[in-house]
Design a protein around this ligand. Structure first.
Ligand SMILES: Cc1ncc(COP(=O)(O)O)c(C=O)c1O
Length: 304
């Protein structure tokens, strides 16, 4: 059985000139490698799986080449002595994955890879069926790690320290994290999600998992997944210098930039206390910088 880590996650106020108060909860500090929401999204499923004492426990999951989820599952496996397999989108990576920082780190964590073409990757149902036939004992975790158990696990991000905020904010990819925040928020708290993907079905998915209508979604400035704008790179570098807190360009950088823009526009009522969850993702900066460098663009100052 996995134990809930002895953790004290700091909440820091960010000094600004806005007429609201903005705070950040550093869930990225929960574990050096399984950071932020990923730890909590995996925690209950893996615990339930280990309870039945499977022979040769094995976690199998899906992800792209820079995926935080792949990084986290591999680190989870290493930390708790469980074998892991990553089904990776793009068979062009088969021979050069060593050059990819996320995959080389996952391999150091002893994750095995199974590369599939982008076309085959779309059919997750078939892949899941094939892999569960081949590894009947394995726990197969969906892409991004979101499912009912993940939503339940997010409750550990909330507690006495988060009760007094008017807004709870998070970046939204597959929707599991915001669904958990929405489900376990106090009555009267508003939940704000910043979408980093174009997915019109997200609202419905979140409502299905959360059962509550206390949330609202906003689009990030450029919400195409993985798109990194120069403006966001400048914001992330400014934020690091101003507050000594690193952000990633795919999730938390977009979250914080959007919160600051909304505060500037007067979206939040005067005096609101706004809490943003830092959900990690810093491992992705290395890969983002490789891409930015190849385009001759400014780099992100922090690499974890
Ligand atoms: C750093 C980071 N923040 C936020 C999210 C969004 O979480 P979700 O997919 O549960 O919406 C993810 C994806 O898991 C992530 O890696």
């Amino acid at each position: 059985m996995l134990q809930i880590p002895e953790h004290k996650i700091p909440i820091t106020e960010l000094k600004t000139n806005f007429d609201v108060r903005i705070f950040i909860k550093r869930e990225d500090l929960i574990h050096p490698k399984i950071s932020g929401n990923k730890f909590w999204k995996l925690f209950l499923s893996v615990n339930q799986y280990l309870e039945v004492k499977p022979e040769n426990p094995l976690l199998i999951t899906f992800g792209g080449a820079f995926s935080n989820h792949i990084a986290s599952v591999s680190a989870f496996g290493k930390e708790f002595g469980i074998k892991t397999i990553g089904i990776i989108r793009g068979n062009e990576l088969e021979n050069n994955w060593h050059e990819n920082p996320t995959l080389s780190e996952a391999s150091k964590n002893r994750m095995d890879f199974h590369f599939v073409s982008r076309e085959d990757y779309k059919n997750k149902e078939k892949l899941t069926e094939d892999f569960s036939n081949h590894y009947p004992n394995a726990l197969i975790i969906p892409e991004g790690g979101s499912n009912k158990m993940a939503v339940e696990g997010v409750q550990y991000m909330l507690g006495n320290d988060t009760k007094d905020f008017d807004y709870l904010c998070t970046a939204v990819g597959t929707g599991g994290t915001i669904a958990g925040i929405s489900k376990f928020a106090e009555a009267g708290q508003k939940v704000l999600g910043v979408k980093v993907v174009r997915d019109d079905s997200l609202e419905k998915t979140i409502l299905h998992w959360s059962g509550k209508e206390n949330f609202e979604l906003k689009d990030a400035e450029e919400n195409r997944y993985g798109k990194i704008s120069d403006e966001n790179v400048r914001f992330i570098n400014w934020f690091l210098e101003e507050y000594q807190i690193p952000l990633d360009p795919i999730y938390t950088g977009k979250l914080m930039q959007t919160i600051f823009e909304l505060a500037e526009k007067g979206f939040f009522p005067k005096g609101s206390r706004i809490l943003a969850f830092h959900t990690g993702g810093l491992q992705g900066i290395k890969g983002a910088n490789l891409f930015l460098k190849s385009k001759g663009r400014d780099l992100i100052d922090f690499e974890s």
